[in-house]
Ligand binder design. Structure first.
Ligand code: SF4
Length: 467
């Protein structure tokens, strides 16, 4: 059951704006960006939401109005694999209005979707929706800051300062449970080499304690930021909400920022699972990824956490250049070592996706052994984790292959979205020549490509010395 403080009835003269999340409701309702767009558009138009698992994404949640009756459709694209449902919704709905897509996938590389949309918004859209939604035709979108229609040679990403937080939100049962989503920051101060967030949400911005709202009507707060424990006042924020009796749920934690005091606060806020992302069990590969903390830090956290938390969840990646089979084996060994502090260990393993705009964008997918090598590594991890009673969350490798093709592809890969076999496009998994023109080069995220090249070359040199 939703509490929705923004819902409005259709009124003559007001534009109808569909906000489409082409995935499940539970994830969409837990997305703070979508909440912000919904609140902002409802100030000057009527906005209703569409989810893939509610009326198949074809009728609005609020009034069951068909998508075809709306003037605008704003699609929020969080994952490349959502492109399939996106195209299906566009086709089945027979929507004739103006279609605009935004979200992290668009900031990464919208080229595979070019033929399905009138425009893309490159950046964070808050504060700009009234201007965008004032147009009467797709042509009028040209020239608006952050808009890419396919004709522009270069588009600079736009982003706002972080102002006051929303006072109100839709409260519902989402991915973090029934809670208020409290966004304390955007962007990240770290420089992990595989991470898209460091590039597309730069520069790091924090909300001060004074910018946070008075929360009512719910007893849990999900604290959202790419790396919330890096917030200069993270402990104060936790303290404020815990003292008021709220449960807290931070979106992620870094092992090197967790001390006894912080872990005590998390426990007081009813956190039951500590989730960390060491990414690799190898010290050398951790340096290659610039992760910035070691297994010793993870062990220290586990030691202080003993008896306080129910579960330790660890995220790792495979398919990193220079990775040996022993590095993979060591993932489970690390889990086993940590079991003596926290008996319930879950390991989640995913392949490294060399994402556009990161210094690893030129790498091939899968590392040295390619997809076949990844398959063997997953089999090994399954066997070892079963043997020592560790829960393993395994990747669907085919999905990662498709995700990588869609993340790195140009317009030609759109055929996959219309039913073509993805195997035709496996070339997009290969290493990319350093001087090649890239489909996403037209997006200006504020970094110099020459610096990314230099970072990549230094990383590859360092890893080759370690081999
Ligand atoms: S992986 Fe996390 S800590 Fe590293 S740059 Fe990305 S958001 Fe920041």
């Amino acid at each position: 059951m939703e509490f929705n403080p923004f819902q409005r009835k259709f009124r003559k003269g007001l534009k109808k704006v569909a906000l489409v999340y082409p995935n499940r409701y539970v994830g969409g309702i837990a997305n703070i960006g979508i909440q912000q767009i919904y609140a902002e558009v409802n100030e000057f138009a009527i906005c209703e939401r569409f989810y893939a698992d509610i009326f198949d994404g074809l009728k609005s949640l609020e009034s069951q109005t068909p998508l075809s009756e709306f003037d605008f459709a704003l699609f929020s694209l969080q994952y490349e694999t959502d492109y399939f449902k996106t195209v299906e919704i566009i086709r089945k709905s027979n929507f004739k209005g103006i279609k605009i897509a935004g979200g992290p996938c668009v900031m990464e590389n919208p080229k595979p979707l070019l033929q399905f949309f009138d425009a893309f918004f490159i950046g964070e859209v808050e504060g700009r929706l009234q201007e965008i939604l004032s147009v009467r035709s797709p042509e009028e979108l040209c020239g608006i800051k952050g808009i890419y229609t396919g004709k522009e040679e270069k588009v600079r990403r736009v982003f706002p300062k972080l102002g006051k937080h929303l006072e109100n939100e839709i409260i519902a049962d989402g991915a973090y449970g029934r809670c208020f989503l409290l966004e304390i920051g955007r962007g990240c101060i770290r420089k992990c080499t595989f991470c898209l967030v460091r590039q597309i949400y730069a520069p790091p911005r924090w909300r001060g304690v004074e910018d946070l709202p008075e929360i009512k009507g719910v007893n849990k707060v999900a604290i959202i930021a790419p790396s919330p424990t890096d917030h200069p006042n993270f402990k104060d924020i936790l303290q404020i909400f815990i003292e008021k009796g709220f449960e807290v749920s931070p979106s992620s934690l870094r092992a090197d920022t967790l001390d006894e005091e912080l872990l005590e606060l998390l426990r007081a806020g009813n956190v039951r699972t500590i989730t960390l992302a060491p990414e690799t069990a190898s010290t050398e590969l951790s340096e290659f990824l610039k992760k910035g903390f070691s297994f010793e830090d993870v062990k220290m956290v586990a030691e202080i956490s003993a008896g306080k938390f129910e579960k330790l969840k660890l995220y790792y990646m495979i398919g990193i250049p220079g990775e040996s089979i022993d590095d993979v084996r060591r993932i489970v060994e690390q889990g086993e070592e940590l079991k003596k502090y926290i008996p319930k260990i879950e390991i989640s393993v995913n392949p490294l996706v060399p994402k556009p705009h990161t210094p690893l964008q030129w790498l091939s997918f899968g590392g040295h052994g390619g997809v076949a090598g990844l398959k063997k590594k997953v089999e090994l991890l399954s066997m070892l984790s079963q043997r020592c009673g560790i829960e393993l969350s395994k990747p669907n490798l085919n999905e990662f292959v498709i995700q990588t093709i869609l993340a790195r592809g140009d317009q030609s890969v759109s055929g996959i979205l219309e039913g073509e076999n993805y195997r035709r496009y496996l070339g997009f998994l290969d290493a990319i020549k350093i001087d090649a023109e890239l489909p996403w080069d037209f997006i200006d995220h504020g970094y110099r490509k020459s610096r990314l090249v230099k970072e990549f070359e230094q990383l590859m040199l360092a890893i080759s010395k370690d081999l």
